[in-house]
Structures are given as C-alpha cells and as structure tokens.
Design a protein. Structure first.
Length: 246
C-alpha cells in the first residue's frame, strides 16, 4: 500500500512539473512583441498595424520602443497615432528602388518609429498604432525588427528571423503575413495554375460537347440513310409484285 502511494505521489509531482513547464513556456511565448492583425492582403490600402509591447521585467519598466520598418518592401503613407504619455519620432529613408503609385513615384519611406517618454510597468503591455496608406504587393511577409529598452538599461532585441519549418527563436521579430490579393468581388485572385486548370476544364467540356454534337449528327444522318434505303426497297417490292399481273 505504501509503495502504491509513493508511486501516485511521484506521478503527481511529475504531472505538476510538466504542467508548470507548459504554462511557463506559454507565458514566455505570449510575452513577445507582436504585430496585429497577423495578416493583410498584398497591396492592402488604408489600414492600421498595432504593435503590442508587453513588459517582461518584474523590477523595471519599458521606457523606449523602436520599430524598424523594411525598406526593401516599404510600407507607404505611414502615420503615427498620438499615444498618451508617449512621444513618437518618425525617421524616413531614401529608397534604393523607388515605388511607382497612382499618385506618382515614391522615393522616401518611413524606416523607423521611436516611442519615448511613456512607461510600461511590470505585468502590463502597451499597444502602439500605426496607420498605413499601402502595403507592398511583391512580398509574402514583412518583418518589423524591434528594440525594447528598460528603465534599468537592459535592451531586448526582437530581431531574430523565424525560419520555415524551424523552431521559434528566443527573440523573434514581429512578422506580418501578406496573403493573396482580393478581387473586386471580395474573392482571392486565382493563381496561374488555377486559371490554367479552369481553362483546361472549359476546353475539355467544349471538346466533349462538340464530340457529342458530332456523334448525334452522325447518328441522325445514318438514320436518314437507312430510312431512304427502306423506302426504296419497299417501292421496289411493290413494283416487282405488280409486274407479273400486268
């Protein structure tokens, strides 16, 4: 009986440790700097990106947040929303490759936004909203490297890239997924392979219909020929039967 109780006690201890480990891992994962929503359509216009910054320190506050925007696939028309207690500094950079838009050619774009003056306490988070005019349409995702500075001087660098199929790094950069463009009726624009398949299906259907029509026509003509031959044979038989009597 004693051995049985000892086994149960050990099993309970192992289960408790496993649960604690899972919860701890979940807590660490949820403490990452993230961007919301997690995805937008390629080339989307007039939207808002929200950068959520949680405080991970128990004895220090977050006093500075720096978000770096990509310039190889720039976000156009960036505007910063006023944040209570925070002052935003927007830095623009010259683009290596200008972007052509309906309003003209864009040669400069925002490359960094720095928020200072505010404070994110222990167990708290802050949302920083950034409006944009247009997202790029030539990329599958955008990475926003972020630096988080604490009141004790510590700096956490959220700059690590997440590789496809690999484990999540310790300090991943916020990533925005860019999905397929939406058509005017709200559906996603079909890919080339889908369009090709649809065209092939239509061609096959047309060919099948054409073949069916040809077959029907052939059978109709054959029926007419058989009918004509039958009439001719009947007429011949009638004439032949009348000849002896005459």
């Amino acid at each position: 009986m004693s051995a049985h109780r000892t086994t149960l006690r050990r099993a309970g201890t192992v289960a408790a440790l496993a649960t604690a480990s899972v919860l701890a891992a979940a807590g660490v994962a949820s403490a990452h700097v993230t961007v919301h929503p997690e995805s937008y359509a390629k080339g989307a216009t007039d939207g808002v990106l929200t950068f959520r910054v949680p405080n991970e320190e128990d004895k220090a506050s977050t006093t500075k947040v720096q978000v770096y925007l990509p310039t190889d696939h720039p976000v156009l028309g960036v505007l910063v929303t006023p944040q209570n207690g925070w002052t935003a500094k927007v830095t623009t950079s010259k683009l290596k490759t200008p972007v052509k838009t309906d309003d003209g050619t864009i040669t400069d774009a925002v490359s960094e936004i720095t928020w200072t003056g505010g404070k994110i306490g222990a167990g708290q988070f802050e949302d920083f909203n950034v409006a944009f005019g247009q997202l790029p349409d030539d990329a599958d995702q955008l990475s926003f490297k972020t630096l988080q500075t604490y009141s004790n001087g510590d700096v956490v660098r959220w700059i690590e890239e997440t590789t496809a199929g690999g484990d999540e790094p310790e300090n991943p950069a916020p990533v925005l997924k860019l999905t397929a463009k939406e058509s005017e009726d709200g559906d996603e624009t079909p890919t080339a392979s889908a369009s090709t398949a649809a065209t092939a299906t239509k061609s096959t259907s047309a060919a099948s219909a054409s073949s069916s029509d040809s077959t029907a026509r052939g059978l109709g003509i054959a029926g007419l020929i058989v009918g004509v031959l039958g009439l001719a044979a009947g007429a011949f038989a009638v004439v032949r039967s009348r000849s002896p009597r005459s």
